[in-house]
Design a protein around this ligand. Structure first.
Ligand code: AMP
Length: 299
């Protein structure tokens, strides 16, 4: 609480630290006061409950840009499951504390309310083609439309030169690139590697909802992705590898696989054949009621 108060109200006194902006007006004013920002503004959109995965994006943005903006906004429109939205962790004071260790000068954190992001009924309907019908698109109806709406709105408010996204949400990166193409924005999308726990589990804000046992067992996802890679390199049939992975994951108590899929890295066309295009394996699995996703390059 104290940190968010200081960062919000003490800005005029302590300008060496980042500032927290809550409204579109404040962002506009801040950008006007620092008119060199636009030429080198790196942007990291997040839903908060920050961990090392998010911070790796922020550090990279900091290295590559003069000014960095991070948004923290839990976007209701991208939750296809109301229970998931209800339980989504919110840790704003801790988030600001973590960001204040990386951001400074003109950097800012944007923490808007729903009213700032959706002042009127924005109900844009995007067509992301194949991406809406496979993997996350298929299993989370409406999710990518919600992502498209909020990212477009944030891009319009922040107007970044570059924007940083984690490969943990690999399919999301393809959606954002398509959004950029559709809107003809001059924004460079920078994909960043997945940061993992010691046991290989991809870091995620939702991991705090896992029991210790589930968290430990969830290391199996990355173990199997590595095993899949070895098998793909040994030219074993993809359907056999897929079956094996599904069985191994479902055999863990409380685990339930939503999908294991292979897709071409470029364009994400699903495939059951080993060809000459770069291939990735994608997994979505429930550990109890926590949904985990991961992916890994095969070759
Ligand atoms: P979220 O707050 O879950 O919407 O994530 C914000 C950004 O952080 C997205 O671009 C995610 O892909 C990225 N991200 C989340 N977890 C990780 C991770 N473990 N490694 C790298 N990037 C991540």
């Amino acid at each position: 609480m104290l940190i968010s108060f200081l960062l919000t109200f003490a800005y005029p006194i302590f300008t060496t630290t980042m500032i927290v902006l809550k409204t579109v007006r404040e962002v506009d004013q801040h950008k006007q006061q620092n008119n060199s920002i636009d030429s080198s503004l790196g942007f990291v959109p997040t839903m908060g409950a920050l961990h090392e995965g998010h911070l790796s994006l922020v550090r990279r943005a900091k290295l590559e840009n003069e000014v960095v903006a991070v948004s923290i906004y839990v976007n209701p429109k991208q939750f296809n499951n109301p229970e998931d939205l209800k339980h989504y962790p919110r840790t704003i004071d801790q988030d600001l504390d973590l960001l204040s260790g990386i951001l400074d000068h003109n950097d800012f954190v944007f923490t808007p309310s729903d009213e700032e992001i959706y002042p009127d009924q924005i109900m844009e309907k995007y067509d992301f083609g194949l991406l809406e019908t496979i993997m996350e698109g298929k299993h989370r109806p409406g999710h990518f439309n919600g992502v498209g709406i909020v990212v477009d709105r944030l891009f319009q408010i922040i107007r970044p030169k570059r924007s940083y996204f984690g490969e943990k949400d690999f399919q999301q990166i393809a959606v954002i690139k398509d959004l950029i193409r559709q809107k003809d924005y001059d924004i460079e999308i920078i994909p960043c590697s997945i940061i993992r726990e010691k046991n290989g589990l991809a870091m995620s804000s939702r991991n705090v909802r896992l029991t210790q046992d589930e968290r430990q067992k969830a290391g199996k996802i990355f173990y199997l992705l590595n095993e899949a890679r070895q098998r793909v390199l040994a030219n074993i049939d993809l359907l056999k590898i897929q079956d094996y992975m599904i069985n191994e994951l479902n055999n863990q108590a409380n685990f339930s696989v939503e999908y294991v899929a292979f897709a071409e890295e470029e364009g994400l066309k699903p495939t059951t054949r080993i060809g000459d295009k770069k291939l990735r394996c994608f997994v979505a699995v429930f550990a109890g009621d926590v949904r985990l996703i991961d992916n890994y390059p095969m070759y």
